[in-house]
Design a protein around this ligand. Sequence first.
Ligand SMILES: Nc1ncnc2c1ncn2[C@@H]1O[C@H](COP(=O)(O)OP(=O)(O)O)[C@@H](O)[C@H]1O
Ligand SMILES: [Mg+2]
Length: 393
Amino acid sequence: MGDLRSPLTAEDADDNLVQQAELARHAQLVDELRQELDDTNRGLIALHTELEAARAAEARLAAIVAASDDAMISVGPSLLVQTWNPGAQRLFGHAEQQILDRTIGTLMPEAAFDNFRSVVEQIRSQGHADSYQSHWHRADGTNVDVAVTVSPMRDADGALIGFSTVARDITHQLAAQAELAAARADREVMAERDRIARDLHDMVIQRVFGAGLALQSITARAGRPDASSRIHKVIDELDATIRELRGTIFNLNQPTQKAASLRAQVLDETATAQDRLGFAPAVEFAGPVDAALPDETAAHLLAALREALSNIARHARASAAWVTVHAGDELLLEVTDNGLGIDPAVTRSSGLTNLRRRAEKLGGMFEVAGRPEGGTRLRWRIPLTAKSSPHSS
Ligand SMILES: Nc1ncnc2c1ncn2[C@@H]1O[C@H](COP(=O)(O)OP(=O)(O)O)[C@@H](O)[C@H]1O
Ligand SMILES: [Mg+2]
């Protein structure tokens, strides 16, 4: 039987070989395909991850833009508003749908718009422009001082497609700077008056006085009575001059007619402490701080602030401090630092005792303590409502 089939078997064997070769080729093809699929899969996964990351970054950016206190506005090449964040709505009062596709010039007077256009021109030619201060206006027509930063927006190929504009309200900052400048100017005027008063006293009065004495010694020797009476008249005039000078000196030593506002004085006090502290304390006001505060209360508050800042400079080894002055039913001064903290067992010496006395004298209270998160918090409060304010003097 084997013999009979032997030629067929030879043929079969050939067929088998061909089939096997084909199978092997298929297997290889399948392997290659599988490999390719795997690669594609990996590529897809990588792409997906990348997309997710890009989406997350975009979402973060959108969240920042939405949450920002600053107005963030993007405009196209012809300066029409394309995006408008809630900060812009809060600052300028236009709702998004009212301002989209309108020119950004809507937000500012003509002169400020000229300025904006020249900043845009500078970005077109030099790729960059510095931040600047400007005067824009709100939907209700009121003005607002803003710090403006304009930056180019480009597409993937680097072509300029518009400008992003960030505007920050600096009204309060400018007001505080102006008050500080006024307080400094006041202080300079006082220093100058002081110098003039001293000069008048030390030099002018002494000279006039000396001249009077010299004349007196001459009358003693002058024989003629008419000459002597004339000299006496001159001496009387010199005496009157000295009295006038004294009066002038007295007036020079009086404070300027309008005392600086409490806010300005608080800012001045903290600015002065900056050298000793090595940093600028942050200052915050709330409520009508300048309204209807008795001078005496204001003076006590400034003294308390001075002592608190001096303690921070001398004892706290802090790198930051916060000053809050809050006027409501009571006047609250809070001074916080991030330094070593205060030992509760500390035996209070003159400074802190003095703060307590000043507070109690005005019917208020004083407390100082370490904070759980480190540093020291000092609170000094005085009632402002008429009936709970028993202080006299
Ligand atoms: N901000 C502060 N941080 C750390 N320690 C403070 C602070 N303020 C006060 N102290 C501590 O309280 C003590 C008493 O302060 P004070 O009565 O003002 O007296 P003085 O400043 O003359 O030492 C200080 O010597 C200091 O040890
Ligand atoms: Mg002290």
